[in-house]
Every structure is written in C-alpha cells, then in structure tokens.
Design a binder for this molecule. Sequence first.
Ligand code: GLN
Ligand code: ZN
Length: 776
Amino acid sequence: MTEKTTPQTPFPAASILGYPRIGRRRELKKAVESYWAGTIDAAALDAAAKEIQLGTAKRLQGLGLTEAAAVPGTFSYYDQVLDAAAHLGAVPARFGNLLDAGGELDIDGYFTLARGTKDQQPLEMTKWFDTNYHYLVPEIGPETSFALTSSRIVEEFAYALANGVETRPYIVGPVTFLLLSKASDDAPAGFNPLSRLEDVLPVYTALLGKLAAAGAAWVQLDEPALVVDQDTSAGEIQAAVARSYEVLSAAPARPQLFVSTPYGALDGQLGTLAATGIDALHLDVFKGGVPSAAALAALGTKTLVAGVVDGHNIWRNDLQASADKIAELKKSVATLAISTSTSTQHVPHDVEEETQLSEQLRSWLAFADQKAVEVVALAGLLTDAGTAAVQPAIDEATRIIASRATADGVRRAGVRERTAALTTSDFSRSEFGVREAAQDKALHLPPLPTTTIGSFPQTSEIRTARARANRGDLSTDQYEQLMKDEIKRVVELQEELGFDVLVHGEPERNDMVQYFAENLEGFDVTVHGWVQSYGSRCTRPSILWGDVTRSAPITVAWAEYAQSLTAKPMKGMLTGPVTILAWSFVRDDQPLGETANQVALALRDEIADLEAAGIKVIQVDEPALRELLPLRKADQPAYLDWSVNSFRLATAGADDATQVHTHLCYSEFGAIIDAIDGLDADVTSIEAARSKMEVVHDLEHHGFGRGVGPGVYDIHSPRVPGSDEVTELLSTAVKHVPSRQLWVNPDCGLKTRGYAETEESLRNLVAATRTVRAEL
Ligand code: GLN
Ligand code: ZN
C-alpha cells in the first residue's frame, strides 16, 4: 500500500485538460517581450505571470470548475516541454552551466534554452502533435544529469492555493518527455533518449513529493506521445509506460496520479496504463472514440476522465453526441469524469469577445471559456439528479447545430454542383514533357534559374500603412498606392540583382492565409482570437464555416501591375488549399477533403484569371502539407490522397505553357516524397540550407523528375551566407540533381528579414549561380 500525505479527493467531475496561457489580451506576450527587451524587470514579469494565472483560475471557477483540482495549472512562460526540461535538469551541456548557486534554472536560464545565445542555437522547435503549436525539443544524452532544477510548478500551485484556488499541477509525463527529446550532440550514434528512463524517474518522484507536501491532491502527467505511432517499437514503449507508472505510483509521498492522453485513440497502451497504480486516466473520446467494453473493464476502480469536448477546434459541442458517448462509457466504467479531448490552448479565450461576428456564427462556436461551460453541463449527466437539468442545454445545442446545416452560405448550390461534377480529368495536366517544352518556349530561362519564394521584407512602413488603412486614417487609394510603390521598389531591386523569375513581394498581405480568408466567401476572421504558435508568437486563425467561393479576383490586379514593370516573368503567388485549411479553424460538418476541393476550385479560377492577365509562372504554396499528416500511420494514405488531389485540382486547369511552382517549408520529407511528387508541380522549392543540401540525396534516390529548388540561403537567421558558401551548396546540388532541373532560391519567404541582410544575401546567391553556371 502506498501512503499518501493528502486525503483522497475524488477526481473532479468537470475539468479541462489545459487553458490558453498567453492572456486574453496577449498580456503574457507583452510582458515576456518587454522583459527580453529590458523594459521590465524579473519582478514585473513575475507579477504579470501571477496575474494571468490567478485571472485564469478565478475565471474558470466562475465558469463552474469549482471542485478541487478542476482548474489545470497549465501556465507556461514559453512552452510546456521546455518546462519539463527545466524541472528535470535537462540542460544541454553546450550551454555551459546555466544553473544558479542553488542548483536551479532561473528565468534567464530558461529563456536562454528557448532563444539561444550569441554562440549557441536555441533548442530546436517542432510541431506539437497534429496542432499548429510548436514545442522545444530537449536534447538528452548519456551525459545529461537529471535533477530537480526548478520548483516553479510547486510555487504556482502554492500561490493559487493561497489565493483560494486548489489547482491541478501539470507536467509532461516521463515517456512523452523522452520520446519527444532528441539525442544530444555528445550522444553516440543510435542513442535513444528513452534509455535514460531510470534516471529521470527519481526526479519525477522528488517533484511528486514536493507537490504532495504543498497540498496538491492531483497531478496531471501528460502523455500524448502514446497516441502516436513512434519510431521506438510499441513493445519498448509499453515497457517504459509500465515501468514509469509503477515507479511513480510507488512514490513515498505523492498526489493522486492523473495521466492524460490527448490527440487521438490510446489503443494498445490503455491496457498498459490500466495495469499500473495510477488513479485516473484521460482518454480523447472526441477524436479517438469510445474503446470497447472489454478494454474499459481493465480500468477497475480508476477514474476514467472522458475527453468528450473537442479542445482543438472551435465548434459548439454536439451535447447529444457527447451524452451518447457518456452513456456508453457508463456501462463499463465504475467512476467517470468529464473533460476536454485536449488542452484548450489551441483555441482562443472567449467567443463573446468577437462582437463583430454575426450572432448566428457566434452561436455555432465554443472557445476555451465556452468549452469549460460545456464540460460542466455534461458532468451533470453523471448523476441522476443532474441529468434532467442538462436536457435543456442538450436540446439547445441540438437545435443550433441543426440550424447550421440550413443557414445561408453553409451550403451553396453552385459550389455543390461544381464539386459533384468533377471528374478525374479535372485533377490532371498533360505529361510533364509536353509542359516542359511549352514552358521552355514561353519563358526562355537560363540554366539554374534564380527566383525567391515570394515575400520581401515586411518593413515597419508597410505594417504601419496597413494599420492606418484599417483604422481609416488612409483611404483605400492611398494604401494601394503605397503598396504599389513598394512593389515597384521590390521589382527594381530584383532586376538590379539579376533574378530570372521575379515576385511582387507580397506587401499587401497581412498573412498568407488570412489574406485569402478575407477575400473568399465562407470565411470570417476574429479580432481577439489569438492562439499561441510558439513562445510569445501567436496567430489568429480564420474561421472557415461555409461553402467557399471566390466572388472576385484576389491577387490579379497586384500581379498584373507587377508584371507591367518588367519584361522578366512575374510569379503569381497563391496559398494552397491544404495550407489554407491547416492554418484556419475548419468546419467540422463535412470531410476536410470536400472543403479542400472547394478552396481548390476558388484557386483554380484565380489561376485562370492570372493566366488571362499575362502571368506565366504561378506558385501555389503548401508549407503545411506535412503538418496535417495524421499521427497514426494507418490514417496517412487517405490524408495524402485528398490533400494531394486538392492541390492538383487547384492547379490542373493551368495551360501547358504556364509553369506551376509549389513551395514546402521543411527538408525532412523523405516519408512523403511520393506525395510531393504526386503534386505534379513543374517546380518545387524546399528548405535545404541548414541541412547542407541533404535533401538532394532523397531527390536523387527517388528519381524526382521535375524542377526543384533546394534552398541555398537560410532565411531563419539574419546571417548573410557568403557567395562561396552558396557556390558550395549549389555544386553539391548539381552532383545529385540534373542541372536542367535545378533552380536557385532561398529556403523560404523573406518577410521576417531586414533589407540590408536580404540584399546582400541575394546578391551572393546570384553571384554563386553565375559561378556554377559557368562550370556546367
Ligand atoms: N510565399 C510565401 C512567402 O514567401 C511562402 C511562405 C511560407 O512558405 N511559409 O512568404
Ligand atoms: Zn517556406
């Protein structure tokens, strides 16, 4: 028997897995960035953080999460995986000693890992499961010395408790922590961070002891990595899960253990966790469905925390569907509690803030606050007395969701007829050889043509002009004139630098997705709907709620103007259907593939109009193609099928002589290279500079037969690559990719760069191209 220092508090009937931490008005972003800029001190940052934490706790209590441990302690200054690393002592040796005299990683050390130093790159950043949130990747090696190097979550718990809210501390669990880590620079080849499990568990045990001493009744250990197919074998993971929770449940003093498994079905690991000494287990039954009665029976007396309310998207919960799932779970589960499927960190705070949206649209939505209320309502179903009281809320949800189906703009006959009439020929162009010949004739490009990815630096003048136009301080004409002036400058610069295929620079776009959302029917945009993307960075996804159509050309006038300034080909620039979906909140009432095809048809019309306006090269960006890739391998082929097809539908109407480009923002695409090939773009630009052209091996091996531009200039840093360096990268590339296929371009768009470094880098890029061309 384990002895516990806290009395047995039941798991709260209603809770959420996590809550946005950036602040309703992005207060955390402002505080953290001011601290980095040196305009506020650590005490002021701490005060701002406490205000957000307590504000969140009180608000959630007010929304009905009143039981002990119902409010999750999911605040973070930057990232939850970094928080775990900071608590466990996982500070890479390359940073030197970042711990203070007391052996703790203070806030400056913490931010050093997130942001790097003059000599040290920050921890790498990568996507958190199938969301648009990015976490920092811990670096673990045989040399990592694990120790409890922070007690921030303990202090945060104590602070909330002292102010009247008994929260539930949160930390990424040991198996997920190690599975998300990568081997450190010092680790031998083939080192697997999971091999350090035995060394990390004592630190968790120590942390549990401190949390228990502070009075925490429950702790949430987040294990989303268990819902994903990993490189590490399922058997090894199973052993790690069993061992971890055997050790942690035997801790001499600990809160009750609650393991959460958001982002999909837990499948095989359910039985493993059920067999351990944990006290409550969360399942994502929204996305993952209700497991079989036999699988659930294994839980015995453990509380099952049913994630029935979607934490990842913004639609009002279908309370009847949730009630049905709850009824089914009740049949096989002894103790049930209600929660969200994932943390609500992926959605904005509060629909009620969006007063500019129609009342109808608002009634269809649930942001984080509304989701808390939905969870509280559904928890009523856990008791006989509560059940009757919930019925009106269920009926209202059913009525509103039904009204969505028939509301104006949700289904447009014209759009439906067009998608219903699609045939396979709408998804295909001529053979590449035919297109290539027609494009050669139309474009007369030199070998190794040079181009850029689209955007040029978004200067403060451009942003100020846009802000003034939005406020009404500039007329539309004045704003457009300023943008045209900017386009002219950008075109002249590219002419002077000697580029072969030019771009207009995208000054008129606030964001590559929102710009299209604002100009297509079927979307709305929010004012306060910020969600954290990483660290202090937030995005404001658009809401795709209805059938998508294009009521007028979007980019054509800008492209036409830009083309009028030069005899060189001007690239038309569009965002692809998959990326538009990935970076928006998308309707949940039809398959994504259907929505993607609607967006594709709108883009197809735009491409036809660009062609009619004399644009001969058109780029359709798909940087998010890999982002939506399902977590389970079995689900991937269906995804790749609809996503690739939507791109083909968007582009297949183009003439043979129109050169279609696409751009993807990452280099590790080995796993989806078939899909990228399947896009059938004439030219594909990809990231490659940081990985020193490693991608060309994948391309060679695959026999990639069309144009390809592996980036030769890493635009993610202000560093200027020398022309020798670019020459070397290009010389590597021509050894593996036939020179007639090879393009020369930066890794990505230049919008986040300044002009000084951009000009110099691009000048070196052209010089290097001339050197390598001369040697062909
Ligand atoms: N055309 C876009 C740009 O240059 C592409 C950006 C991206 O891939 N994320 O900014
Ligand atoms: Zn990119």
